[in-house]
Write a protein that binds this ligand. Structure first.
Ligand code: BG6
Length: 505
């Protein structure tokens, strides 16, 4: 994975054709092309690199390049028009396509072979599915029928989330992909894993001697993982109605964060070794039984409210959303990991849209000290020692501990020891997609989900999804936009004598 951890140099220069299904869609415009452009700017693309885009929208190549230029100018961190001119040449072809038609795959094959002939080499093929989930099976089957095959090491397919709708549909998707591709060729993308601050959890835990001795149930009281968003569902109401917070965020991004915090030390940075250790965590998560769902999981949906001084509509008033929708825009769950390290340490996960502020944060709270030798007057309130990993938008790690306030009497105060990425490294982090696309190009699957990982994650959330589907909520909307979610989320953690960390110490 990524810059430091692989021998990517050897693969980096392999001639590559990057084929984007859904090339005129939002994901391509906002994320994929700005990331490819940034890779080009940093000299990370192979010399022989071509992009072939396919979509149903009718455009010629020049119009398509102009559309993409606009996205790159808007979203890439440093746009430069002369660099763009060189990069745009890499967009070799735009094919107007009906993705269910066999004829399209024949012409695609012809285009790919022509590029290979021009370069006088056999390039790698990367198929990127930036398409609606309902089309994935069709496209994969057609790739199979048209025999768009190369040796497994020379071609890969990238599948975006949502990866299935539940365990059953994820398994069906695996079977469909498995008929055409080997597991090593399938790259299931979870963009959280491309974030620098997320990758740094591995460095923090396994490149340092400080934490490992206390990283278990003897010293850690509980862990909180929060992914809070200020945005609502924006223009994705139709998609979100079928997803909800649990599928959209918990099954993938949040369980991946949980794995990184809870996994055992890997023996090496081999991609399968890391993924094995992560999947072990998911397998050890205590099975949720339907009768217990109401005790360990709560859901919410935002009503009208205020975000940054602006009044915003309720979820049920958003475009594409049913006026009596039962879809949750907030979810909080409590999980246990039944292994030696984590016995009875609760992991609280919460996520929601239209919350009070945008923050992704992991808070590791230690147990109290075993004996209190300081006089009661030394401190008004004993706060637990904490490690706070700020994933975004602030990128930092803090350690909160007690220190003596200078002076003749013993008075203690919590203080904060902080590492800030920007201050330490004097440069910004690359976009997650930049890292992930480069890993796809060099064929490193470490930061991508393996089939067993995706299945194990579905097995965790499936019982909650099923229970919620069978018992429609009666109190939606139950939190105002701009708040910290429904009261039941406070109750979930307060029952255990704890509270959600909301900043400060
Ligand atoms: C996506 C979800 O996977 O992640 C979105 O589908 C969510 O609903 C987004 O807004 C959050 O990503 P980030 O990188 O902004 O935290």
């Amino acid at each position: 994975m990524t810059t430091t951890l692989t021998n990517e140099k050897s693969h980096q220069n392999a001639a590559t054709i990057f084929i984007i299904f859904g090339g005129a869609g939002d994901l391509s415009w906002r994320k994929l092309f700005p990331a490819l452009y940034s890779l080009y700017r940093s000299n990370w693309l192979p010399e022989n690199f071509a992009i072939v885009a396919a979509d149903r929208k009718s455009m010629n190549l020049e119009e398509y390049r102009e559309h993409i230029r606009n996205g790159v100018e808007t979203f890439a961190p440093q746009y430069d028009s002369s660099l763009w001119s060189c990069f745009s040449e890499k967009i070799e072809s735009y094919l107007i396509a009906d993705l269910s038609e066999a004829a399209f795959y024949e012409s695609l094959k012809h285009t790919l072979e022509q590029i290979g002939t021009k370069w006088e080499t056999k390039p790698n093929w990367i198929f990127y599915l930036a398409i609606s989930p309902s089309l994935i099976k069709t496209v994969v089957s057609q790739i199979g029928i048209a025999q768009l095959f190369l040796a497994p090491a020379d071609s890969r397919i990238v599948v975006e989330k949502p990866y299935g709708h539940d365990l059953k549909s994820a398994n069906e998707l695996d079977q469909c992909l498995g008929r055409v591709f080997k597991e090593s060729q399938i790259f299931r993308i979870d963009h959280y894993l491309g974030k620098e601050t997320v990758q740094n959890i591995l460095a923090l835990r396994f490149a340092n001697a400080w934490w490992e001795p206390i990283w278990d149930s003897r010293y850690i009281d509980h862990v909180q993982i929060t992914v809070a968003e200020e945005v609502g569902v924006e223009l994705r109401g139709e998609y979100y109605e079928h997803a909800g917070a649990l599928r959209d965020m918990v099954q993938n991004h949040m369980l991946q964060l949980l794995c990184l915090i809870a996994m055992e030390p890997p023996v090496s940075f081999d991609s399968d070794e890391i993924r094995n250790k992560k999947v072990d965590v998911l397998h050890a998560v205590r099975k949720i039984i339907p009768d217990e769902v109401h005790q360990i999981a709560v859901r919410g949906q935002y009503g009208r409210g205020w975000i940054k001084g602006k009044e915003v509509v309720a979820y049920r008033e958003e475009p594409g959303v049913k006026s009596d929708s039962s879809t949750e825009t907030f979810a909080a769950i409590k999980l246990f990991i039944d292994n030696w390290r984590w016995q009875n340490v609760p992991f609280y996960l919460r996520t929601g849209k239209r919350l009070a502020k945008r923050v992704t944060q992991i808070v590791v709270t230690l147990k109290p000290i075993p004996h209190q030798a300081f006089p009661a007057r030394a401190l008004d309130q004993w706060l637990p020692n904490r490690m706070i990993l700020n994933i975004q938008p602030e990128e930092s790690i803090s350690l909160v501990f007690h220190a003596k306030i200078p002076g003749p009497v013993i008075r203690l105060s919590p203080v904060n020891l902080q590492f800030k990425y920007q201050e330490a490294f004097k440069k910004g982090s690359p976009e997650a997609y930049e890292t992930l696309l480069r890993d796809v190009i060099i064929g490193d699957g470490t930061l991508f989900m393996r089939a067993d990982q995706a299945q194990a994650a579905w097995s965790i959330v499936d019982p909650i999804l099923e229970f919620w589907e069978n018992t429609p909520p009666i109190d939606f909307p139950n939190y105002p936009a701009g708040s910290w979610g429904p009261e039941s989320a406070q109750v979930l953690i307060a029952k255990d004598g704890k509270s959600w960390y909301e900043g400060g110490y």
